[in-house]
Design a protein around this ligand. Sequence first.
Ligand code: CMC
Length: 389
Amino acid sequence: HGYFTYDPGFLATGSCESSITFIDGAEGVLLHRGFPIDELARDASYLEVCHMLLHGDAPNKEEYEEFENTIKRHTMVHEQIHMFFHGFRNDAHPMAMLNGTVGAMSSFYHSDLDVSNFDMRVRCAHRLIAKMPTLVAMCYKYNIGQPFVYPRNDLSYAANFLNMMFSVPAEDYKISPAVERAMDRIFTLHADHEQNASTSTVRLAGSSGANPYACIAAGVASLWGPAHGGANEACLNMLEEIGSVDRIPEFINRAKDKNDPFRLMGFGHRVYKNHDPRATVMRESCHEVLKELNVQDPLLDVAMELERIALEDPYFAEKKLFPNVDFYSGIVLKAIGIPTNMFTCIFALSRTVGWISHWHEMMSDPAQKIGRPRQLYTGHTQRKYTPIK
Ligand code: CMC
């Protein structure tokens, strides 16, 4: 009692027990419910992965169909959320709108707010997984001044999202199977990553018994920063700023300069001190998508050369800095036609299942306690107060 460990940034603190996701950072291993991420990204659909994360195991065919139907039943958002959007400036950052609208869901779905009830928690998780694509697409449509597109339940999860993003009343968006697959794979690769900053934020917010929509809004807020989910947007902006391979050494030197705050975006990870297995799949996927869509993007050449030079540089080798999942994801999203300022919303959409699965796991634990870290106080010692008057 009275003693605690000082661990800023929680480098050596395990905050909970969890059976959802396993990471071995030294070996570059990522497993969801025991299944390797590369196998999931190759052969499973995102909704299968959602089932695993939330319900504990891979679904069989019947379970999958039931899960998919349940998610599809919940894709529409309350009509008043459409009105709610109109309070935003139309040049608002989509993450600002997403943060606000996810939080506002607690004012629309009151019946989900009994967080001690298992079935209510599951229903709320289903609602969130189902409605996030709708909200994210609405953020985009609101930004560009087009009417919102209602969800279509005859389409797959990824195809429905693409349809809500890119259809206009005059013309339905033609979904290419390659794009649908690439979108689904991006969702899968971002679905969960154990106790990262945003998931820990969701758990900490939820540990007080706060409602799940407010907790997920807290997760969205934490994800937004460039050191976390904002890295995909920052990475593409960086590749664009570099522009051509001959400028790479200048940026590598900046990243190594202690007096320059610049970092190579999409490089480094708190846990992976080896290749990020998600980055390996994303790199392959990037080549595949660009080939199938017949897109020649000079940014891919910049990215590949940057990766090559950085991996040969002793600075990056010594600090064990490798490309992370966001290094190549931006190029894929750009090829699909998604604007850069939407990238972090796509990450939030994908990670919602991870956040809510962790929240549900935490709330199901009878030993669950409010999260309450301590501090090392560095302020004044006790002194006498003199009234201002
Ligand atoms: N470029 C240049 N130097 C770097 C980079 C980088 N991208 N990342 C870390 N370093 C250096 C850093 O300067 C420090 O050097 P020193 O020991 O001399 O002070 C050392 O490597 C360790 O860095 P750190 O900040 O103490 O490491 P961390 O574990 O706290 O940070 C990180 C991890 C991801 C925040 C960091 O690597 C970073 O800022 N990367 C760029 C942003 C990025 O790509 N983030 C996405 C992470 S993956 C997606 C997600 O899960 O959100």
